[in-house]
Design a protein around this ligand. Sequence first.
Ligand code: NDP
Ligand code: GDR
Length: 361
Amino acid sequence: MSQKIALITGITGQDGAYLAELLLGKGYIVHGIKRRASLFNTDRIDHLYQDPHIEHQNFILHYGDLTDSTNLIRIIQQVQPDEIYNLAAMSHVAVSFETPEYTANADGIGTLRILEAIRILGLEKKTRFYQASTSELYGLVQEIPQKETTPFYPRSPYAVAKMYAYWITVNYREAYGIYACNGILFNHESPIRGETFVTRKITRALARIKLDLQDCLYLGNLDSLRDWGHAKDYVEMQWLMLQQEQAEDFVIATGKQYSVRDFVNAAAKELDISITWQGTGVEEKGYWGDKCIVQVDPRYFRPTEVDTLLGDPTKAKEKLGWVPKTSFEDLVSEMVREDYKSAQRDELIKRHGYQAMDYHE
Ligand code: NDP
Ligand code: GDR
């Protein structure tokens, strides 16, 4: 049988990196779309890099952008993919309030551009399409826990753009018979999670506080509740969704919920930091001994917040055999371990009189 060809948008992101690794392991030829940036932006996939001068490459990167349909049509025509995973997005909910038009263009219309490219190129029967949908669609939740039939109520420009992407995916499936499906994935994290998402911000900051590289971690809503899983487990489901007889939409979640404060406590415990909480609301502070190491900063509040998300992955369990492999405790522990190693490197550099990396939000 000939090798399957996959095209991943967002290959330089957290999920893109794990998915590329998974597909290469399954014998796929993997093409990815990366954006031009003024600095190298391929850290997460550098271990997969192949010299473009060798023959029979199975990992190939193309410059591109979801806002440029000419680019997408050309790449898809050239690659003739069996599967497209549309993971590219302006994926930060808080930032989407700052860049709403760009977010709609990339996350919403970007999805349409790929589906139209499939149609324009006559690939409706060949190319299967995965859309990275999100639990943010549930927003102001209408039902607990949330499943495939729960009504949507998006609460950010990001979620509204993703709602368009969700429905245009369903529409192209029904209108043109494209094998297209939505994975409605709840939050998933890992040691390569972007540093400004709350989990990674916490594990990175506490590791640095432990080594005296940072004084305080400033956070927004500590009461926010999320259903957190491991990205490595979740990309396996993205692949499985494209291997079914019929295209369907699936919720992927752990079915367990924790608050941001719970996450802070769990990460602190891994570092033998014991936090005592004092005050409430914007006055809430976390102390390690007499040192204040966590404070609320209203700057991180969102104009409209999603207070609580909890997924019901029953359909994925029954049809895809979904079992989350990583527990909340193991996820936190792995993230803390990795960030502690980086902090130790920075501490060594600092001890030798050089400027250590100290950028944090
Ligand atoms: P990341 O933010 O880590 O990665 C996003 C990727 O999209 C990056 O490769 C980024 O490139 C790329 N990208 C952004 N804008 C564009 C654009 N205009 N054109 C081309 N590429 C672009 O996200 P994750 O890996 O965490 O998430 C993957 C997808 O899943 C996203 O669509 C996200 O919205 C969605 N999702 C994520 C969840 C999660 O908990 N992680 C849960 C549910 C859905 P660059 O590296 O250059 O910035
Ligand atoms: P989310 O993830 O918005 O759920 O979107 P994020 O980690 O940004 O926020 C989770 C919750 O934590 C609260 N919070 C903070 N968030 C950030 N980023 N920084 C803070 O300092 C902070 N303090 C408290 C937030 O208010 C929120 O309630 C992620 C993204 O990956 C999306 O792309 C994806 O679709 C959803 O998960 C499912």
